[in-house]
Design a protein around this ligand. Structure first.
Ligand code: AMP
Ligand code: MG
Length: 299
């Protein structure tokens, strides 16, 4: 009895002493935020610095924007990180019949340039890009991997109550003291959900922020590599998985394929898929580390 009370007291004391240390920095063309709950803020600050250094290291390996990245060097050196990401990307390309395709870089770049100019490419340009030499683009998978790796580094330094968020790709470790999980609001398309997560990762994809309009159509930054066309049907996908690389890649893949429960089961993941017609939540019942705690009205 006494033992139980004393450990409860100890827990309450340490929870009261816990502080949050949080830093935000530009990383991988967006902002990354790292949060650690700790009783030792100075040491946590040092660990967070190392986690940001790891993110910079991954950017130097995986970026398709940086001409000097390992990915863009010819031939690439193939670090373990690059090999690992390429392996997962190739597997998902196979399982989706090319709906997810990390080697569609030429088409992706064509549409990226089109977005900057605000003019859609012509069918001839699309066909030329689609059949051009393959070019690797890890934009649909790298940030989730990086979030998971930064979280793993924090854990190795003893900081288990932590969260790493690289834009819409987020990984969390043990829950904050006295809580069942980290509360994270996700917004796939026009849906909104509040999730409570621990030891898992969540990624959201879709055309919310990065779409552009031309000829009265809305073009997503996600393309269907099988046709070479940017997606024009509105869709928003949130995926929860144990690994960041899986959550990120699946969210991009399901944006092209729509809901694929076979893929979710294979990777032990759950998803929210929003389209203008419906919002579907799939397999959260299997995913014990995430629960939607409040379903809000669509915006
Ligand atoms: P995300 O925000 O994770 O969904 O990733 C979007 C990024 O993934 C785009 O900016 C492209 O760099 C890349 N991408 C777009 N379409 C695809 C696709 N069908 N398969 C793989 N990567 C893609
Ligand atoms: Mg993705």
């Amino acid at each position: 009895m006494w033992k139980r009370i004393s450990s409860a007291l100890l827990f309450a004391t340490s929870a009261a002493l816990a502080e949050r240390v949080e830093l935000t920095r530009p990383v991988m063309g967006t902002l990354a935020r790292i949060t650690v709950e700790t009783n030792d803020p100075p040491r946590a600050g040092l660990a967070i610095e190392q986690a940001f250094a790891r993110l910079a290291d991954l950017n130097a390996k995986l970026s398709d924007y940086d001409p000097l990245s390992e990915l863009n060097r010819n031939p690439p050196r193939k670090s373990r990180d690059l090999q690992h990401v390429l392996h997962h990307a190739a597997e998902l390309r196979r399982l989706t019949g090319g709906a997810f395709n990390h080697e569609a870089g030429t088409v992706i770049r064509l549409w990226r340039d089109a977005r900057q100019r605000g003019v859609a490419p012509t069918p001839a340009q699309i066909e030329a890009a689609r059949t051009a030499e393959r070019k690797v683009d890890l934009g649909g998978i790298a940030k989730g991997y990086a979030a998971g790796e930064a979280l793993a580094l924090l854990r190795r330094h003893g900081f288990r109550r932590a969260m790493v968020a690289i834009a819409g790709d987020i990984c969390v470790g043990d829950p904050p003291a006295g809580r069942p999980g980290w509360r994270i609001e996700v917004a796939p398309g026009s849906a909104r959900r509040l999730l409570e997560l621990h030891q898992s990762c969540v990624s959201t994809s879709g055309d919310a922020e990065q779409a552009f309009e031309a000829n009265g159509r809305r073009y997503s930054h996600i393309i269907d590599p099988r046709t070479g066309h940017a997606l024009t049907h509105p869709i928003g996908v949130t995926v929860v998985a144990r690994q960041g690389i899986i959550a990120d890649a699946l969210a991009t893949a399901l944006s092209v394929t729509g809901l694929r429960e076979d893929l979710l089961r294979r990777y032990h993941a759950a998803a929210i898929v929003w389209t203008p017609e419906s919002t579907r939540e799939s397999l959260f019942e299997l995913f014990e580390r995430a629960r939607p705690i409040r379903a809000e009205q669509p915006r």
